[in-house]
Ligand binder design. Structure first.
Ligand code: AQP
Length: 355
C-alpha cells in the first residue's frame, strides 16, 4: 500500500519555494494516500547555531512550520503531523544507516558541498550525514512516495541506495524471519524489507528560483529578503517583491520554448502556473507577448489572493501554541507506534538482542 512521507526543516523564513515545491503538493496527495508529514527539527541543527538560531528560535520555528502545514490544508487528524525529535526511532535508524551508507556516496552529495561552503573542516558531522537521517525518516515508515522539490532528488536516490544495500546485505536473514517481499535485484531474487522509495517531483514549481537571480534557487538562507516571498509576508510586501523581481527587458515570449535562456522570466511564469494549478503553456497563452509591466501586477495580485489567506490562517493557528503543541504530541504518538514496528524488525534483522 502506498505511504507518503515528507518533511520541512524549522529554520525560519518558510518561502514560496517550500510551499509550491513541497507543502502544496502534499495537500493534493492526502486525498488518496496515507500521509506522514514531519517538521524535521533534528535536521535543522545540522547547520551552524547562528543559522538554526538556538532553542527559543527552534521552538518558535517548529510551531510556525506546523501552523503552515495546517493553514495550507494538511489534515492532521486523518494523517500524521509531528516533529521528528519526538520519535527517537528516526535517530536510531539513522545510526544503522550510517553503517550501511558508504563515505563515497555521501562525498557526492551536492547539498553538503553547497551548505558547507568553503570552510568544510568546520561543517558539522551531522551536515555530512544528513542524507542518512533523511533516509531513516522515510524508511522508518517504509514510505513508498516522497513529494519534494527538485533539490532533494539526489538525497532520494541515496535513500534508494541505502534501502537496496540493506536489503541485499541482509536478504537471507530477512527471508529467514519472513519479513521480506521477493524482489528482483540485478539478476538475483532477494527478500526485500525496505521499499525503493519513489520521489514525487515535478510541476511548474519543482524548483522556484530567487527573485533576485534566476540561476539560484529561492532559499531560506539567502541574506536578501527580496530574493524570496515568505509565507508570512503581507500583501504589500508580496507586491513589492514581485515588482522589484529581476527580469530582462523583453516581453514574454509567444511560446514556452522562448523561456529557455531566460531564467527570470521562466521562474515568474512557473510561479504563476503553479499558483493557478496549471502549466506554463496556459500562462503563455494568456500573457505571451505582454510586457512585465502587465504580467508582474497580475502575478502580484494572484500571489496575494492565494497566499494571504494562508498567512492569516497561520497567524490564527499560531496564536494558540497549545493547540499546535497538541497536534504534534498526538502525531508523535501515532508515528512512534508505526516507527517502532519497523525498528523492532530492523533490530531483529541486524541481530540486536531485544525483549
Ligand atoms: N526553491 C525551491 N523550489 C522548490 N522546492 C523547494 N524546496 C526548498 N526550496 C525550494 C523544497 O521545500 C522542502 C523543504 O525544504 P527544507 O526546509 O527541508 O530545506 P531546504 O531545501 O534547505 O530549504 P531552503 O529554503 O533551500 O533552505 P536553505 O537556505 O537552508 O538551503 C523540500 O521538499 C525542498 O525540496
Amino acid at each position: 500500500e502506498p505511504l507518503v512521507f515528507s518533511g520541512v526543516q524549522p529554520t525560519g523564513n518558510l518561502h514560496l519555494g517550500n510551499y509550491l515545491g513541497a507543502i502544496r503538493r502534499w495537500v493534493a496527495l492526502q486525498e488518496s494516500n496515507n500521509c506522514i508529514y514531519c517538521v524535521v527539527d533534528q535536521h535543522a541543527i545540522t547547520q551552524a547555531l547562528s543559522v538554526w538560531g538556538g532553542p527559543a528560535e527552534l521552538m518558535r520555528n517548529t510551531r510556525e512550520v506546523t501552523a503552515a502545514f495546517l493553514a495550507s490544508g494538511i489534515d492532521a487528524k486523518k494523517h500524521i503531523v509531528f516533529n521528528q525529535s519526538r520519535v527517537h526511532q528516526h535517530a536510531e535508524l539513522a545510526w544503522i544507516f550510517n553503517c550501511v551508507a558508504r563515505m563515497g556516496w555521501l562525498n557526492r552529495m551536492t547539498q553538503f558541498k553547497d551548505k558547507a561552503g568553503k570552510d568544510r573542516e568546520n561543517a558539522s558531522v551531522g551536515l555530512f550525514t544528513y542524507p542518512n537521517l533523511m533516509a531513516a525518516d522515510i524508511l522508518a515508515y517504509r514510505a513508498t512516495h516522497v513529494p519534494v522539490g527538485e533539490d532533494q532528488k539526489q538525497h532520494l536516490e541515496l535513500t534508494r541506495d541505502i534501502a537496496q544495500k540493506f536489503n541485499t546485505d541482509f536478504s537471507d536473514r530477512i527471508a529467514e524471519l519472513g519479513l521480506g517481499v521477493e524482489t528482483q535485484s540485478g539478476d538475483e531474487t532477494i527478500a526485500s524489507f525496505f521499499p525503493l522509495t519513489e520521489p514525487v517531483i515535478g510541476g511548474p514549481a519543482a524548483r522556484v528560483m530567487s527573485l533576485r537571480d534566476g540561476t539560484k534557487k529561492m532559499s531560506k538562507s539567502d541574506p536578501s529578503d527580496l530574493s524570496r516571498i515568505n509565507l508570512i509576508d503581507d500583501a504589500d510586501t508580496i507586491s513589492k517583491k514581485i515588482r522589484k523581481a529581476k527580469t530582462d527587458s523583453e516581453p514574454l515570449p509567444s511560446d514556452v520554448e522562448g523561456l529557455k535562456e531566460r531564467p527570470e522570466a521562466d521562474n515568474l511564469v512557473g510561479i504563476y502556473a503553479a499558483l493557478i494549478d496549471s502549466d506554463k503553456e496556459s500562462v503563455i497563452r494568456d500573457f505571451g507577448g505582454q510586457q512585465f509591466s502587465v504580467f508582474k501586477p497580475a502575478l502580484a495580485d494572484l500571489a496575494v489572493e492565494k497566499l494571504s489567506p494562508i498567512a492569516a490562517e497561520m497567524r490564527r493557528i499560531s496564536a494558540d501554541s497549545g493547540f499546535v503543541d497538541s497536534i504534534l504530541k498526538d502525531g508523535g504518538e501515532r508515528a512512534s507506534v508505526l516507527a517502532e514496528k519497523t525498528l523492532r524488525n530492523v533490530r531483529d534483522i541486524m541481530g540486536f538482542l531485544q525483549d
